[in-house]
Design a protein around this ligand. Structure first.
Ligand code: NDP
Ligand code: GDR
Length: 338
């Protein structure tokens, strides 16, 4: 029997890659779509199937991680084999401006989903999108045994979600796995995260549409991997014989400045001529260095990173240049071509 999955956050970067992966494996994919006054499905439009198509395998349902009853109803009606909880207010800087909202969606939303699984009595496996931001101030390299020290409302909310998943595993025997994913990027990355902000600016500066790029802390160290590979790790966790918690990372460190140099360099530009500092992009408390040790994921799941950050920077710059050229030529644009 073909499997079915429910994905919260299906319209986000990771949700789109995971949907492609699962459809390719023959799954029927149900996505939780939150109500928006404008279209929010650009990343999955290329996978869209008309609701009147018989036997379609991608189905979207309006609901919200803030609405526990809607989650129970969805779980009860769909009875999916697997649930991937990717939905979140995922922006760290924004979480300082909207801390209670972030805690509600990112933290309580996870508990609502776990409780919906329990209340509906559905026999399913759940993947929880945990984050390297939970490590925060803990010195690198970080692994599954590193104590958490979150540095933002977002990080605190993810710690809550992490422990809620562990608790439902221990209390109710739920197959709940935490993927502790380090930063992962792609041409589909949201435009306000630093890598995509940089690669979009490179394309626009190269085309003469923009001259300045305003950024915050250039000294932060991150471990940037390639998002489609991280979606594979999520799926592998739910196919494993037992639930567990896994760090997923490349183990390779770079500063924001390093990424800037590579991205501008890929277009033959010098970042120092264009980048300016704006304090509004600094965080009240910063996470200085995240470098993951993914040895456990490699040993248990056979997962290994392939694309490292210099190649990632090049992939993203090339994609943003092509996207801009298509926009400027008036060609119908699909935001996500990879
Ligand atoms: P995105 O920000 O691209 O996507 C977030 C998704 O959550 C979107 O589909 C968004 O919907 C949805 N969402 C937001 N609020 C709600 C809500 N109230 N109810 C239901 N859905 C909601 O994130 P990514 O794809 O990058 O990340 C996926 C998950 O992994 C997130 O939980 C993130 O915190 C976590 N994570 C990400 C990492 C990364 O480097 N990318 C690293 C570690 C963890 P809409 O499109 O309508 O806004
Ligand atoms: P992060 O990603 O906070 O690590 O969270 P982001 O790309 O936002 O920041 C990375 C680093 O770059 C510095 N920075 C800037 N960041 C942004 N967004 N905009 C700027 O102008 C800027 N200038 C400098 C930041 O200070 C930071 O140090 C991401 C999210 O996807 C989370 O959801 C996820 O859990 C973690 O990665 C792992």
């Amino acid at each position: 029997m073909a499997k079915s999955a429910l994905i919260t956050g299906i319209t986000g970067q990771d949700g789109s890659y995971l949907t492609e992966l699962l459809l390719g494996k023959g799954y029927t994919v149900h996505g939780l779509l939150r109500r928006s006054s404008s279209f929010n499905t650009a990343r999955i439009d290329h996978l869209y199937e008309d609701p009147h198509t018989a036997g379609r395998r991608l189905v979207l349902h309006h609901a919200d991680l803030g609405d526990g009853v809607a989650l129970v109803n969805l779980l009860r009606d769909l009875r999916p084999d697997e649930v991937y909880n990717l939905g979140a207010q995922s922006h760290v800087r924004v979480s300082f401006d909207a801390p209670l909202y972030t805690a509600d969606v990112t933290g309580m939303g996870t508990l609502r989903l776990l409780e919906a699984i329990r209340a509906s009595g559905v026999d399913t496996r759940i993947y929880q999108a945990s984050s390297s931001e939970m490590f925060g101030a803990a010195p690198p390299p970080q692994h599954e045994g590193t104590p958490f020290h979150p540095r933002s409302p977002y990080g605190c909310a993810k710690v809550f979600g992490y422990w809620a998943a562990v608790n439902y595993r221990e209390a109710y025997g739920l197959f709940a796995s935490n993927g502790i994913l380090f930063n992962h990027e792609s041409p589909r990355r949201g435009e306000t995260f630093v890598t995509r902000k940089i690669t979009r600016a490179v394309a626009r500066i190269r085309a003469g549409l923009q001259d300045r790029l305003y950024l915050g802390n250039l000294d932060a160290v991150r471990d940037w991997g390639y998002a489609p590979e991280y979606a594979e790790a999520m799926w592998q966790m739910l196919q494993h014989e037992a639930p567990g918690d896994y760090v997923v990372a490349t183990g390779v460190a770079a500063t924001v400045r390093d990424f800037l140099t590579a991205a501008f360099g890929a277009a033959g530009l010098d970042w120092e001529r264009h980048v300016r500092f704006d304090p509004k992009y600094r965080r009240p408390s910063e996470v200085d260095a995240l470098i993951g040790d993914a040895a456990h994921a490699e040993a248990e799941l056979g997962w290994k990173p392939r694309v490292l950050w210099p190649e990632l920077a090049r992939i993203m710059v090339e994609a943003d240049i092509s996207l801009l050229e298509a926009e400027l030529s008036g060609t119908t644009v699909r935001v996500d071509r990879q």
